[in-house]
Design a protein around this ligand. Structure first.
Ligand code: ZN
Length: 139
């Protein structure tokens, strides 16, 4: 009987942590997509919020594919790969956004928060599982 009242509380906390994890994961993906100049940044953020790991894996696959896409060099107007960071024809750098550093910082913070909340939730799940099994044993 002892663990019964606490069970609801931990379950509620677990749901809150799960939501927090989703939000921060979504934000991390949002700023990462923004940094990659992805036009669907918001869509990816929402998808990740809902489907978490599955959406994240698909996002990362698409992201790495897009990374190698061709862009027109600002200097010589020829097609070149974006992934190199410089033009293969004239060697001039491919211009990156000025706010790239700011985005990187945000991605790092939000990804860390998502992991922290995920781990906290995992600990509660384990604790809750242990608590309910003790409860069952004592019945
Ligand atoms: Zn060039």
């Amino acid at each position: 009987m002892f663990f019964f009242p606490t069970y609801g509380f931990w379950q509620f906390t677990s749901v809150l942590l799960s939501i927090a994890c989703s939000i921060f994961l979504g934000l991390a993906v949002y700023y990462d997509a923004k940094q990659q100049e992805n036009k669907n940044a918001l869509v990816w953020a929402i998808l990740t919020g809902f489907f978490k790991i599955i959406a994240l894996i698909i996002y990362l696959i698409v992201r790495n594919r897009d990374k190698n896409r061709l862009v027109i060099c600002e200097n010589c107007r020829k097609l070149t790969s974006k992934s190199l960071g410089y033009c293969i024809h004239c060697k001039s750098p491919i211009i990156n956004q000025d706010n790239s550093k700011e985005y990187k910082e945000k991605i790092k913070i939000f990804a860390t928060l998502a992991i922290v909340f995920y781990v906290l939730n995992l600990i509660i799940q384990i604790f809750q599982g242990a608590a309910s099994s003790i409860f069952l044993m004592n019945m």
